[in-house]
Design a protein around this ligand. Structure first.
Ligand SMILES: Nc1ncnc2c1ncn2[C@@H]1O[C@H](COP(=O)(O)OP(=O)(O)OP(=O)(O)O)[C@@H](O)[C@H]1O
Ligand SMILES: [Mg+2]
Length: 543
């Protein structure tokens, strides 16, 4: 069964039947887990009663009450039901002609193979000098003819091409810092809610979330911060094509001094046009030399001396792979990280290039190609890491993960396999580092001691996690995912509070396990115990 499951997981992206089969396997395992949980609870309940009534003759009565008989009856039915489901799953497995070998890597093997984790730094931008100069010239040129004090420029290009990385490098450049009195960075993503954006701009200007969220207050606060100042505002990952919304935001931003600039990054030219841009800078692919440089950094991490690498067979294979990665930095990073996780052995890389990688190359369309690269990398994860990664779909796009909190949640969800006497949190830490090393996380922030405290996930990685989890994990922010009976985890993130109306949806999730609420909601507590058969763990991140 394990071999079939792993094989089906690899194929699920192409085959809907396999995907459904995996969902059925997951559901039945969840059912079994719930059942074990209920047995454990019942045993504990009886122990507690027996303890408190030790020596009293009612103990016998308590344990032989009708409740006891009803419990046994209910459980035997559920066990039968699980058995039947498992048998049906086993029968259906034969139609997929699944491979018989188990190829899953266990995390303790990873632990043995790697003493320390080498991480590539996100802030090293390769081969974008000319692009950076072109953008900087536009930002710093005070003679640009613009109708208003502010002028908007867009960086346009497909997902994973490096728009955000380029914008970051411009934002952090010391000339930018000298030229502008105020620098602001906001992540926009799919929802273009003017009030939320204003709130984010204030947060970027002050370094803390505004406490009063009334619209009038936020708007006057924003004006106060930018009034008469030459500012640079970067709006990253914009999708909005609604001109009225842009005009509404622009009205609030127009009080900056002459020479103020807004730089947006977007995948679509139509979006750039919506924002009255004076120029859309269409970003190209990385040239081959830069692509190779980036790949070398990621796949070898300076662990092999240059001399040893020069003209080696492994370098030849690496170069062949890079030539086919279409100059896409995200693809280069992901494949480089994947090969780094494998041993740098010629036959392993060759097998990868000729088999799995050559299948990805069948995807002609660039966006689809990028997605296939991510799927390939996911398929290579050990199964416990797959769970940890896909669980992250519960959090919104551009979410800043607090590493320790995330590890605690993985442990609480039993995703972390125990290894001897090692503390689960330490194993969770290994999981995190492995995911980071394979580029599933990025943009880490460290504390003064150099320890990682926060990280982010690339939006395309987040899309991948969401597409795998579908309705199993539902973030109420995402419109196309609905709460159904098999939904096990739900999160609610709303900057401006939640309406009780939308909470009614939660009743659909009869087997809910996790409910994360990061929103203002006065009556939320009264809903506890009424959802998910009482076994739901509710985490309130904001009151
Ligand atoms: N020139 C570069 N050198 C090194 N790493 C890069 C470069 N460009 C991008 N990257 C890395 O590649 C990944 C994808 O880049 P980035 O997030 O900038 O893409 P994007 O175009 O903004 O994608 P999206 O449209 O999905 O937001 C990131 O991990 C980033 O750090
Ligand atoms: Mg981006």
């Amino acid at each position: 069964m394990e071999a079939a499951l792993l094989d089906a997981e690899e194929q699920q992206f192409k085959n809907h039947e396999k995907k459904n089969w995996i969902s059925r396997v997951k559901d039945v395992f969840y059912d079994a887990d719930d059942l074990i949980d209920e047995f454990a609870y019942e045993t504990l309940r009886r122990q507690v009663i027996a303890e408190s009534r030790r020596g009293v003759k009612e103990v016998r009565e308590v344990l032989s009450m009708p409740h006891h008989i009803a419990f046994r009856f209910k459980m035997s039915h559920r066990i039968k039901d699980i058995r039947e489901k498992l048998n049906a799953i086993d029968v259906d497995k034969t139609q997929f002609h699944c491979s018989k070998s188990v190829r899953d890597t266990r995390i303790d093997e990873l632990r043995e193979t790697r003493e320390t984790y080498s991480i590539i730094h996100d802030d090293e931008v390769v081969g974008r000098e000319d692009d950076k100069k072109a953008i900087m010239d536009l930002l710093l040129d005070t003679n640009i003819e613009a109708k208003e004090n502010i002028a908007t420029i867009a960086i346009v290009g497909m997902g994973g091409l490096g728009k955000t990385a380029l914008a970051q490098s411009v934002y952090n450049d010391e000339n930018t810092t000298k030229h502008f009195m105020l620098k602001l960075w906001v992540c926009i993503s799919e929802q273009f809610d003017v009030n939320v954006i204003v709130q984010k701009i204030i947060e970027s200007a002050t370094g803390k979330k505004p406490e009063i969220l009334q619209i009038e207050f936020l708007q006057s606060e924003l004006r106060k911060h930018i009034d008469g100042k030459k500012y640079l505002l970067i709006m990253d990952d914009v999708w909005n094509e609604n001109y009225e919304k842009w005009v509404k935001l622009k009205t609030l931003l127009k009080d900056g001094a002459k020479g103020s600039r807004i730089l947006i990054t977007t995948r679509h030219q139509r979006v750039a046009e919506t924002f009255d841009t004076i120029l859309s800078y269409v970003l190209g692919q990385l040239d081959y030399q830069s692509a190779w440089l980036l790949f070398k950094k990621v796949a070898f991490r300076d662990e092999k001396p240059e001399k040893e690498l020069a003209n080696s067979d492994i370098v030849k294979i690496g170069k062949e792979i890079v030539a086919k990665l279409k100059g896409l930095p995200l693809a280069i990073r992901i494949i480089g990280s994947l090969l780094y996780a494998k041993k740098p052995e010629h036959h392993l890389w060759l097998a990868f290039k000729d088999k799995e990688f050559s299948r990805v190359l069948e995807q002609r369309e660039e966006a689809q190609f990028m997605l296939s690269i991510l799927e390939l990398s996911y398929n290579h994860l050990p199964s416990s890491l797959k769970q940890c990664f896909t669980y992250c779909s519960l959090f919104p796009k551009d979410y800043i993960f607090q590493k320790d909190d995330m590890i605690k949640q993985w442990v609480a969800q039993s995703f972390v396999q125990s290894i001897g006497t090692i503390e689960p949190n330490d194993i969770g830490e290994d999981y995190f580092m492995e995911l980071l090393s394979r580029s599933f996380f990025q943009d880490v922030t460290r504390n003064e001691m150099g320890d990682i405290v926060e990280c982010k996930m690339h939006d395309l990685m987040h899309d991948l996690a969401c597409s795998i989890m579908k309705n199993e994990c539902v973030s109420m922010e995402v419109n196309d995912r609905v709460v159904i009976e098999r939904t096990r985890h739900i999160s609610i993130y709303r900057k401006f509070g939640i309406k009780l109306e939308s909470l009614k949806l939660l009743f659909e999730a009869k087997n809910l396990r996790t409910l994360i609420i990061d929103a203002q909601c006065q009556d939320c507590h009264s809903w506890n115990g009424r959802i998910g058969k009482n076994r739901t763990c509710t985490i309130y991140l904001q009151q």
